[in-house]
Design a protein around this ligand. Sequence first.
Ligand code: PMP
Ligand code: GLN
Length: 380
Amino acid sequence: LASKLPAVGTTVFTRMSQLAAQHGAVNLGQGFPDFPCDPKLVDMVTEAMRAGFNQYPMMAGAPVLRNAIAAKIGALYGHAYDADSEITVTAGATQALTTAILCCVHPGDEVIIIEPAYDSYLPTVELAGGVPVLVQMEVGPEGYRVPWERIAAAVTPKTRLLVINTPHNPTGTVLRQADIDALTAIVQGTDILILADEVYEHMVYDGERHESMSRHPVLAARSFVVSSFGKTYHVTGWKVGYVAAPAPLMAEFRKVHQYNVFTTNTPMQHGIAAYMADPAPYLELPAFYQHKRDLFRAGLADSRFELLPADGTYFQCVRYGAISDLPEAAFAEWLTSEIKVAAIPVAAFYQGGTESGIVRFCFAKQDDTLRQALDRLARV
Ligand code: PMP
Ligand code: GLN
């Protein structure tokens, strides 16, 4: 069979988790919590099953959940999405991203992707017949920055879509008002659409706010805004997410969605809708994860790892040049097999495997897990 994705292998997350298991390493590689979700959420899903919510929901998702999502976005970001025509529940953020790309990218259309980039964007653009246009973030002593002037220069009449990810995996970078202004200046007056991956929307630290595209009317009018309950409620295995977009965009999204998955599992949707009645779990998330970030950073402060800023997400990037001159993948494998702590090479987020001497740790772990990892890392 002629492969449609000849350059694609098994994802780095799967490979590093397997390696961590093989070596009995603390797995700070693949991003997922090692602690349970709120038992109340499990009860609410169980109750939904017992109450008989076990057949197909509506194609776009259970109305109770779409209403809860629209209300949350309205309260947090001030944009009133119509739950009937502008919100769709998806099988995790990944399906929302894939479906959004498939519904709007025509063969030959250019899609601007900012590297390092989450690994699903580029292959999906290729499956759609689109042409990925890669622009690399700049990384200096102050951390990573989006070079808006280079993004502006990458725009052509064929540019159809710009993929934005804030807070950003793997760098932890958070877009701020100046970024939003630069982005607005680039897209205003064009027909460029935005695919905004905001799965870490509730993980922004130090009192800063998340700049959702839905806060900014010029951007919201052309954006698919994607989020994931897996991240927000510590249930990555449930694979429930959503997309919000203006009705004309959503109509196209649903044409693909109905033949891609048709709909998303029913009891999770009802359970999550009930759980969303209380905003505390997501409002408390910044403090919850900031504690873990600070614990992890404090533990590495006197080590030979150099910490980069970590303003959002549950990832911490570090330079390891003072320890080793191995390429990133080899260094991450060495850390896993010899030091027994797994990490992700940031080079895996670049199509060309660009090396910056940086690896990513996930701190969405119990404090004891983090302490165990820190004990090992401090000795490197
Ligand atoms: N986007 C980013 C930036 C992510 O980190 C992840 C989770 N790894 C996803 C999308 C996918 O989210 P989900 O598990 O809900 O499909
Ligand atoms: N988003 C997670 C990460 O970046 C992994 C998801 C996956 O395994 N595909 O680590």
